[in-house]
Design a protein around this ligand. Sequence first.
Ligand code: NAI
Ligand code: MG
Length: 363
Amino acid sequence: TTRSLFLLPGDGIGPETMAEVAKLIDHMNAKEGAGFVTDQGLVGGSAYDAHGEAISDADMDKAMAADAVLFGAVGGPKWDDVPYEQRPEAGLLRLRKDMALFANLRPAICYPALADASSLKRDVIEGLDILIVRELTGGVYFGEPKEITDLGNGQKRGVDTQVYDTFEIERIAGVAFELARTRSNKVCSMEKRNVMKSGVLWNEVVTATHAAHYADVELTHMLADAGGMQLVRWPKQFDVIVTDNLFGDMLSDVAAMLTGSLGMLPSASLGAPDPATGKRKALYEPVHGSAPDIAGKGIANPIAMIASFAMCLRYSFAMIDEAVRIEAAVAKVLDDGLRTGDIMGDGARPVSTAEMGDAIVAA
Ligand code: NAI
Ligand code: MG
């Protein structure tokens, strides 16, 4: 088998962390015949410098054709003044839109070695392993009308509109239930049906999808504000959380901070299965940005990018054993005391980006 990966390292620390994933890919090809075929393109500011747009049509075509896309990070002060349509983030937004990546997966996992780095008590987060599934292409971020109107009396009105159709809720619920079956088989759906019509529909459609196709999975519902509270109070009660674009944006950031540094957090964004092949388009990226303050110094934490690659193995290639081994290797090097600057604690040994990557490959 060949497995095609399209690498978009981007700007700032993106290329530095992607280089550590490239080591893993080379290792898996050489030692295990993994058959990865990689190609690389430009995105963000580096693409703008090369050809005046945040991603070229040619690179877009390659992203659409690949089995999976690995994305580093984009942006930086150098491009603060480029025109809005060409700004670095436009490259990521085009990828999400053209690949129709409607499901955003954000795990929150507590590595035992870092349990004391959280602001929460150790027993609240030790062993934590939850997954937030956020709807990414609908809801209030995209609904029309979306405008600021002048009311003519010195007042203006800002309007955003939350819109969800049945099919959008069905497909994100389907992703959440499918994922739950590979984990602890529990889904908690979060909305605000007490004050929002779209929340009433969300609740109805998730319930109906569950009854029709996924009755084996345990389903609960929670109002999203209460869900935020429960995430901080006792996060281990959850397995998979499924929610809309806006609540998912906030709840996934809350869940992220349960476990520590931005430099540790991976994500996946998935599209619908191709009717012919059953394969989903997919993009994997760390949650963090291009970290201009530390770019070029060789000190960025590569774990978020490496953990994103582990998600890629799991979700795009069903290489579960390999994903588990990478995640175990990350846990091991942390147990051994290796730390990049962002996750330093007492008695830890500071290492470079490359040393951390090498240690994970070796483990
Ligand atoms: P950021 O995530 O780049 O950095 C925030 C802080 O966390 C910085 O102090 C940084 O040094 C640290 N940090 C982040 N990742 C790290 C890692 N792997 N290892 C060690 N430390 C790490 O967010 P910020 O500073 O708000 O944005 C910087 C640039 O990145 C901006 O141009 C922004 O637009 C862009 N950005 C891009 C994203 C993407 O490509 N998906 C997401 C977020 C921001
Ligand atoms: Mg956010």
